[in-house]
Design a protein around this ligand. Structure first.
Ligand code: CTP
Ligand code: CA
Length: 224
C-alpha cells in the first residue's frame, strides 16, 4: 500500500489553495461579503490530496469542511487575513491556486461600535484590498501559479491581461455566458489560458470535474 501511495503523481508536492469569499467588517456586527460557496477551492484541494499532494487550504467563511488529513485547512475572514496566511506558506509551496472570491474593496474605517440608524442616507467609504494573487506573482520563484478570472466582456483579452499583470502560469477563465455556469451553480464552463497564449475551451462540467482538469494541468506541468 505504501508503494501505491508513493507513486501518486503529486507525491511530495506542496500546494497552496485559496477558497471562499472574504468578509470585510463595517462595524462589530456587519460586513461586506459575497455569495461564493467555497466549493471550487475545496474540490481542488480534495483532488490535489487524492493525487498525493500536501495541501494548505486557506478559506474565507464557508459551511464546507474537510476530513482529509492531507489538507491543512486554515480558516480566515478578511482579505488581509487571507493575504497574511498565504504569504506565510507561499515560499514553501510548489504550486499556488487562487480560487477565492476576494473582496476588491473594504470599508476604509471600521466603526468600533454598532452603527446607529441616525441618518436618512448613509455612505460607506471603501478602499482597495491587497491583490493576494498579484502579490504572490511578484514573490514567485519556481512556483506554478494559477489564478481564476471572472469576466463578462472581452473575456479572453481581459484574462490574458490578468496573466501578465499577476505573473501567472495559467488562468482559469469562468464564463457566465452559458446558463447554469459559475457562482451558485453546480457546473462551470471554463477556458484554460496559459502564459504562452494557448487557449483551451472546456465543456460545461461539474465543479469536481473542473477541479480534476486543473489538477491534471498541474500534473502535466511537473511531467513536462
Ligand atoms: N484575487 C486575489 N486577491 C484579490 C482579488 C483577486 O487573490 N484582492 C485573485 C482571485 O482569487 C482570482 C484572481 O485574483 O484568482 C482574479 O480575480 P478577479 O476578481 O477575476 O479579478 P481582479 O484582479 O479582482 O479584477 P476585477 O475584479 O477588476 O476584474
Ligand atoms: Ca475582483
Amino acid at each position: 500500500e505504501a508503494d501505491i501511495l508513493s507513486k501518486l503523481p503529486l507525491k511530495g508536492k506542496k500546494v497552496l489553495v485559496t477558497a471562499g469569499p472574504t468578509y470585510e467588517a463595517i462595524d462589530p456586527v456587519r460586513f461586506i461579503g459575497n455569495h461564493s460557496s467555497g466549493k471550487m477551492g475545496f474540490d481542488i484541494a480534495n483532488e490535489l490530496a487524492m493525487n498525493g499532494a500536501e495541501v494548505t487550504l486557506v478559506s474565507g467563511p464557508t459551511h464546507l469542511s474537510t476530513s482529509n488529513t492531507s489538507i491543512n485547512l486554515v480558516r480566515v475572514r478578511s482579505a488581509q487575513d487571507m493575504y497574511d496566511v498565504c504569504h506565510q506558506y507561499f515560499e514553501k509551496v510548489d504550486v499556488a491556486i487562487a480560487a477565492a472570491a476576494v473582496a476588491d474593496y473594504r470599508p476604509k474605517n471600521i466603526a468600533s461600535q454598532k452603527i446607529k440608524k441616525n441618518e436618512a442616507t448613509f455612505v460607506i467609504e471603501l478602499e482597495k484590498t491587497k491583490d493576494i494573487l498579484a502579490s504572490l506573482g511578484e514573490k514567485k520563484k519556481n512556483q506554478f501559479l494559477i489564478g481564476f478570472a471572472l469576466e463578462t466582456e472581452n473575456e479572453i483579452e481581459h484574462a490574458k491581461l490578468k496573466i501578465q499583470k499577476k505573473n501567472l502560469d495559467l488562468i482559469v477563465l469562468n464564463s457566465l455566458n452559458d446558463k447554469g455556469a459559475g457562482f451558485g451553480h453546480a457546473t462551470n464552463k471554463v477556458t484554460f489560458i496559459d502564459s504562452n497564449g494557448n487557449i483551451e475551451p472546456m465543456d460545461l462540467k461539474s465543479k469536481e470535474e473542473v477541479a480534476s482538469d486543473i489538477v491534471n494541468k498541474i500534473i502535466q506541468h511537473f511531467n513536462a
